[in-house]
Design a protein around this ligand. Structure first.
Ligand SMILES: *[C@@H]1O[C@H](CO)[C@@H](O)[C@H](O)[C@H]1NC(C)=O
Ligand SMILES: *[C@@H]1O[C@H](CO)[C@@H](O)[C@H](O)[C@H]1NC(C)=O
Ligand SMILES: *[C@@H]1O[C@H](CO)[C@@H](O)[C@H](O)[C@H]1NC(C)=O
Ligand SMILES: *[C@@H]1O[C@H](CO)[C@@H](O)[C@H](O)[C@H]1NC(C)=O
Ligand SMILES: *[C@@H]1O[C@H](CO)[C@@H](O)[C@H](O)[C@H]1NC(C)=O
Ligand SMILES: *[C@@H]1O[C@H](CO)[C@@H](O)[C@H](O)[C@H]1NC(C)=O
Ligand SMILES: *[C@@H]1O[C@H](CO)[C@@H](O)[C@H](O)[C@H]1NC(C)=O
Ligand SMILES: *[C@@H]1O[C@H](CO)[C@@H](O)[C@H](O)[C@H]1NC(C)=O
Ligand SMILES: *[C@@H]1O[C@H](CO)[C@@H](O)[C@H](O)[C@H]1NC(C)=O
Ligand SMILES: *[C@@H]1O[C@H](CO)[C@@H](O)[C@H](O)[C@H]1NC(C)=O
Length: 495
């Protein structure tokens, strides 16, 4: 048995909860079991194009960490389960890991968290005795590099460590892990870190076999006769997501630990499944992830901890088509590797900060097959109210030929997108536009975002920031949320 390094209680670290609690964000997991995974530079271009502000890597890939430098995207890196065993038995291995994978990149790459292993207790239970030592050794190495204030250490747990999660008030950790859990929570408390939870309403809904209505899993409003209430607390649960997060809080409380924020390190919904996976649909995935974003950005906690916001990382950026298992396992992605969205989803400016990006390498173009009338409406809007520079598509100018509605609207959409992105403009145009990494420039016709063309940032033409002319677009709703968020906080502050 390795000796457990005693927790270093650094008083000031406790106050970092204040930082963690300030504002919730939505991030994205980047799994890499992907055929033709784009290069790190392309992946980062996709992140910027979608204004993703937080990412989680499952490892500490050098290419990705370099490509993320100087982007202001916050990064969670991972100690893989394979590495946990060694690190948990060797402080010097932990120190070497931190030097190589964290200290070498900060501050240019904004690494703010280390996930030590992934669902270690439930996937490699024999490593349980070394999990907290591994976290301690990593933390000690961060202290030595004076990085412990900016980089937090935790370890994502599956919901399976909580055998019965409903009603939340009676939830507790599987007692097999009592001592590990207790040490883990002590560590999180003393280092000002957070509990990392992987919460998948999709699985609980499917495994519940009709016990819960699907609307509850999808954050939809439930009819009066179907409200989900915890009979002990009389708290009403608007979503399964809230109930899962509360189950984690109550499980910690059962071990007499309170006040540790929960951060959801994985959640999402698959958009395609096999014949026996009827709930894995584009509609459900789109509904779940968009409602999740709205839920998280509203900034409140679950019923038992309304003051602790819940940040969450969507699982996941790309479809991991090389994942084994049922068809749904390969279809959790929200963006195809060519940069276009699987379904409309706005991840922009989750915590109210804008990712500054000229978006070089990503282009906004007319969707193949889009209705020409709708394209024309988008083109007119982009060149007019949208303030795109459409001079290059005028007769005699470099992008006039081919004189086709697809080519002209692509030029205008892309010009608008590159100007307005940083102020909330999106690539949507009522669903007729899509992003791509394929550069549409030809000859002397240069599209904005090609290397060499500047990503000119124009001031926003409307008070709430430009949105594509999409009436039903979630994009608009999210922009509203983003811009209203400070107002909501302000209103609370005045109560
Ligand atoms: C980040 O920016 C700094 C300062 O401009 C520069 O020295 C450094 O090379 C950049 N790092 C990367 C990896 O691009
Ligand atoms: C890194 O992220 C933290 C937390 O959001 C932020 O306070 C800090 O300014 C960021 N650092 C850089 C160099 O962008
Ligand atoms: C607790 O975990 C152990 C070890 O994985 C397992 O055998 C047991 O069934 C679990 N208990 C419950 C109530 O799920
Ligand atoms: C684990 O902790 C719970 C709650 O404190 C307690 O009821 C249970 O007896 C403990 N189980 C073991 C195996 O120590
Ligand atoms: C939690 O605290 C209560 C009251 O102080 C005590 O009775 C109980 O044994 C404690 N449980 C654990 C697991 O420490
Ligand atoms: C935020 O969401 C929670 C859970 O759905 C809800 O109870 C609460 O009223 C919402 N708060 C605001 C300010 O919209
Ligand atoms: C991107 O790839 C997806 C899936 O292969 C495809 O359906 C879509 O049409 C492609 N988008 C573009 C702009 O090529
Ligand atoms: C965004 O980048 C542009 C070009 O690099 C720069 O001029 C501008 O000041 C940046 N804006 C912010 C808010 O960082
Ligand atoms: C518009 O684009 C053209 C090149 O296509 C350029 O010459 C002109 O200066 C641009 N106008 C503005 C206002 O940026
Ligand atoms: C014009 O648009 C079509 C359809 O989007 C595209 O396939 C073609 O490559 C474009 N041509 C040029 C020269 O950009």
């Amino acid at each position: 048995m390795p000796q457990v390094y005693p927790c270093v209680v650094v008083l000031t670290e406790l106050y970092s909860h204040v930082l963690v609690e300030y504002g919730a964000f939505v991030g994205v997991n980047i799994g890499t079991d992907v055929t033709n995974l784009p290069s790190p530079v392309e992946v980062v271009a996709v992140l910027k194009a979608n204004q993703i502000s937080h990412v989680r890597l499952f490892d500490a890939d050098r290419g990705m960490l370099n490509a993320l430098a100087n982007t202001s995207i916050e990064v969670m890196v991972g100690v893989t389960n394979e590495e946990v065993l060694g690190i948990g038995q060797s402080p010097s291995k932990a120190a070497a890991w931190v030097t190589k994978n964290v200290a070498a990149y900060v501050p240019q790459t904004n690494i703010t968290a280390i996930a030590v292993g992934s669902e270690v207790l439930t996937t490699i239970p024999n490593a349980a005795p070394v999990l907290v030592p591994a976290m301690n050794y990593i933390h000690r190495a961060l202290v030595a590099s004076n990085l412990n204030f900016q980089v937090k250490v935790s370890s994502p747990q599956s919901m399976d460590v909580i055998p019965k999660s409903f009603p939340p008030s009676t939830a507790s950790f599987n007692s097999t892990w009592n001592s590990t859990m207790y040490q883990l929570l002590q560590f999180l408390e003393s280092t000002g870190s957070f509990y990392m939870l992987n919460a998948y309403p999709y699985y609980d809904y499917v495994e519940g076999n009709g016990l819960f209505p699907i609307d509850y899993a999808l954050f939809k409003t439930l009819p009066k006769n179907q409200q989900i209430v915890d009979s002990n607390t009389l708290f009403q649960y608007a979503s399964m997501f809230d109930a899962m997060v509360d189950a984690a809080f109550y499980s910690m409380e059962a071990l007499n630990v309170s006040g540790i924020p929960v951060i959801v390190t994985e959640t999402g919904w698959p958009w395609l499944g096999g014949g026996n996976e009827p709930d894995a649909t584009v509609d459900n995935a789109e509904t779940y992830n968009n409602n999740l974003i709205k839920r998280v950005l509203n900034g409140s906690g679950p019923p038992s901890q309304p003051q602790i916001p819940i940040s969450a990382y969507i699982y996941e950026l790309f479809n991991e088509d090389k994942n084994p298992g049922p068809i749904s396992e390969q279809h959790w992605g929200v963006i195809f590797t060519n940069g276009s969205s699987v379904y409309p989803l706005s991840l922009s400016t989750s915590d109210g900060t804008t990712v500054n990006s000229s978006g070089n390498g990503v282009f906004c173009v007319a969707k193949p097959g889009a209705d020409p009338t709708a394209l024309k409406a988008g083109l007119d809007w982009a060149c007019g109210q949208g303030q795109a520079n459409c001079s290059a598509i005028q007769d005699g100018q470099p992008c006039f030929e081919p004189n086709d509605i697809y080519n002209h609207s692509s030029y205008a959409f892309n010009d608008y997108f590159h100007r307005a992105q940083s102020t909330g403009g999106t690539c949507n145009f009522d669903g007729t536009a899509t992003t791509t990494t394929a550069n549409p420039s030809h000859g002397s016709c240069l599209f904005a975002g090609s290397s060499g063309t500047g990503g000119m940032i124009m001031p926003s033409p409307t008070a709430f920031g430009p949105t594509s002319p999409s009436s039903k677009g979630l994009v608009q709703r999210t922009s509203w949320t983003v811009f209203l968020f400070p107002a909501i906080l302000l209103a609370f502050g005045q109560l």
